[in-house]
Design a protein around this ligand. Structure first.
Ligand SMILES: [Fe+2]
Length: 201
């Protein structure tokens, strides 16, 4: 790949879109979907990064739990990109464009304990799911087909979020990451709680 290749840009209104929508509406929906495509691509790459970097107790459980999530989120990204193309626009899937356009920071944890990564992932999933909810609201006003796709994705993302949180929850229903505002804070709280549990066991 040549260094000088420019970041692809999604164009304005397409020359055609799905029947029943104006081309302007098609473009509006595609803008919402491009942001979700960025988030889903970022998420499946991040989940693989965690799959490779977990260490310590629970390694096998967490390492193996993540691969089906990677596959499912990759499928969501594929469906989202193909919806943009169906609407008559060009989905942008290159790494540089994602980094340039995303409104969040890169995942911040390298090699770390499985529970610490899950603490950080609790915040990652929460961010993606909140943004999906907002996208559902916007899409709902313009295109129920896109809305339906995003709702189905959200149901699966929320279930994966629960898989993560179940590792962080006490029998009393408290999350070790409660109140954490950054991934690093969530990682630290989850790690400390897991350490304290081992000491008192
Ligand atoms: Fe693997």
């Amino acid at each position: 790949m040549a260094k000088e290749s420019k970041k692809l840009k999604s164009e304005g209104a397409p020359l055609y879109t799905v029947p029943g929508l104006s081309t302007e509406q098609g473009a509006q929906v595609a803008v919402v979907l491009q942001d979700r495509l960025n988030a889903l691509t970022d998420l499946h790459l991040t989940l693989k990064h965690v799959h490779w970097n977990v260490v310590g107790p629970h390694f096998v459980a967490v390492h193996e739990m993540l691969d089906p999530q990677v596959e499912a989120v990759r499928d969501m990204a594929d469906t989202t990109a193909e919806r943009i193309a169906t609407l008559g626009l060009s989905p942008v899937g290159t790494p540089g464009a994602i980094v340039a356009d995303r409104g969040w920071d890169d995942y911040s944890v390298g090699r770390a304990g499985a529970i610490e990564h899950l603490g950080a992932l609790d915040l990652v999933y929460a961010g993606v799911i909140e943004d999906h909810r907002r996208a559902i609201e916007t899409a709902g006003e313009l295109d129920p087909i896109t809305e339906d796709m995003l709702i189905a994705q959200s149901a699966q993302l929320e279930q994966f979020h629960w898989f993560v949180r179940a590792h962080l929850e006490t029998s009393g229903g408290q999350l070790s990451t409660a109140g954490a505002e950054t991934e690093r804070q969530a990682k630290r709280q989850a790690g400390e709680r897991a350490g304290a549990k081992r000491e008192t066991a």
